[in-house]
Write a new protein. Structure first.
Length: 156
């Protein structure tokens, strides 16, 4: 899906890595950055008992958080060097219980705009080497510049 997109910042991969490292919630959830390409990001998350709901499935809020970041960073990878990214809205469809050993969340840009971008996300549960689609997200992301309250963090 992202093959047609060209990043506007030469160091797009480093920008994504640095910004992702500053997301404390992703660190708290154990989400890792697995792959960055122009307009596409893949995040990985291992199953953890402390992230489950009452039936032992990974909580929908955890899946939504990881998909939101995957979509956001997919859009961010195409933004100009002076821009930061914020989510404007998202819709998630929970398609199956999030039962698996590992979860792969893939965000891909559908349309990269000057101010607003649209992205699609898929969350896959991996169990015994087999993948099952458990959620899909549609997201709108905003390119933000010139705001003192939205600026790069130091990765701490």
């Amino acid at each position: 899906m992202a093959d047609a997109f060209a990043p506007r910042a030469k160091n797009y991969r480093e920008r994504v890595e640095r910004s992702f490292a500053a997301q404390r919630v992703m660190r708290a959830l154990g989400v890792s950055l697995a792959r960055v390409a122009p307009g596409e990001v893949e995040l990985h998350l291992a199953h953890r008992g402390d992230l489950t709901q009452q039936h032992g499935f990974l909580h929908a809020g955890v899946i939504a958080s990881a998909l939101d970041s995957a979509c956001g960073y997919a859009a961010f990878s195409l933004m100009p060097p002076e821009a930061e990214v914020l989510t404007v809205e998202f819709k998630i469809n929970l398609l199956a219980p999030a039962a698996g050993e590992m979860f792969h969340c893939i965000g891909a840009v559908v349309k990269a705009g000057r101010t607003l971008s649209a992205a699609h996300g898929d969350a896959w549960a991996v169990r015994g080497g087999e993948r099952k689609l458990v959620a899909q997200m549609s997201a709108t992301l905003m390119s933000v510049t010139g705001r003192d309250d939205v600026r790069p963090q130091n990765g701490a």
